[in-house]
Design a protein around this ligand. Structure first.
Ligand code: SF4
Ligand code: SF4
Length: 262
């Protein structure tokens, strides 16, 4: 056996490092949760909100359909007649009592589907925990959006930028439940602070990504793609710069103080 063959045989163990070395070239996939969080899907089922119309009136009419459909039996609603002098909702009645027990909720969104007035929807925030039963039962005062149409932030909730955006995404995505012809057509009312929301991106060409802020999955996950899986603009120096910018933005977000406005 010649020197060349001997060397080849002696160093053959290096072949075992091939997979490891290949992985070292790839972008990191570990996220330092909870400091660093992945962007959440637009239809994430998180903590509920009770919405208001653009004029500030509450959308809930106290019909109890959400409570009736809830498979976990965790919603408690009581309706009352609207005071004539100072109505709370545009209908005859409004939600006088509204509670959700988060020790039971499975975030199925059936309440969102059942609501005839788009009053109950879900934010993207799911990072909340409690140390007692009372905190786990959210009352109407905690669920109704504030004067700007934003969810109220409770001390034990970890809100991050974007968690309170598009709280009606799931409702808008599933509302055209008939013919596909109606997909992308607005059939919902405006919301306080946001006006009439654009249709959520779906299967048709009528999606409005700019208005809804939707990013395609390829963009969100481009950091983790192999070079041959990347689009032209995600490859090479341009792509590397884009990824670098993304990382810098992420670091800035991590270093900025958390939002504590309650
Ligand atoms: S998300 Fe599902 S389990 Fe939770 S309150 Fe709504 S219907 Fe009930
Ligand atoms: S949230 Fe909707 S379904 Fe539930 S009581 Fe109010 S209006 Fe009815």
């Amino acid at each position: 056996m010649g020197l060349r063959e001997t060397l080849k045989e002696e160093l053959s163990f290096l072949g075992g490092f091939k997979v490891t070395l290949e992985q070292m070239r790839r972008s990191r996939v570990t996220w330092q949760y909870p400091l660093e969080k992945k962007p959440k899907p637009i239809r994430q089922h998180g903590r509920h909100v009770l919405n208001r119309y653009e004029d500030g009136m509450e959308k809930c009419i106290g019909c109890e359909l959400c409570a009736g459909v809830c498979p976990a039996d965790c919603i408690y609603v009581r309706g009352a007649d609207n005071p004539e002098a100072d109505p709370v909702s545009p209908g005859e009645r409004y939600g006088f009592v509204y509670e959700i027990n988060y020790l039971r909720c499975i975030h199925c969104d059936m309440c969102v589907e059942a609501c005839p007035t788009e009053a109950i929807t879900e934010s993207k925030m799911f990072e909340f925990s409690f140390t007692n039963r009372a905190d786990a039962i959210y009352t109407k005062a905690e669920l109704v959006v504030d004067d700007e149409g934003r969810p109220r932030r409770l001390p034990w909730e970890d809100w991050r930028p974007g968690d309170d955006d598009h709280t009606s995404a799931w409702m808008r995505a599933t509302s055209p439940s008939g013919s596909a012809e109606y997909e992308g057509r607005v059939q919902w009312s405006g919301e306080l602070g946001y006006g009439v929301r654009a249709p959520e991106g779906g299967q048709s060409g009528r999606r409005d990504d700019e208005a809804t802020g939707i990013r395609s999955l390829r963009d969100v996950l481009s950091l983790h793609l192999d070079d041959d899986e990347r689009t032209d603009e995600q490859r090479g120096v341009q792509g590397a710069l884009r990824r670098l910018r993304h990382r810098v933005e992420l670091q800035k977000k991590l270093l900025s103080p958390r939002r504590k406005d309650a």
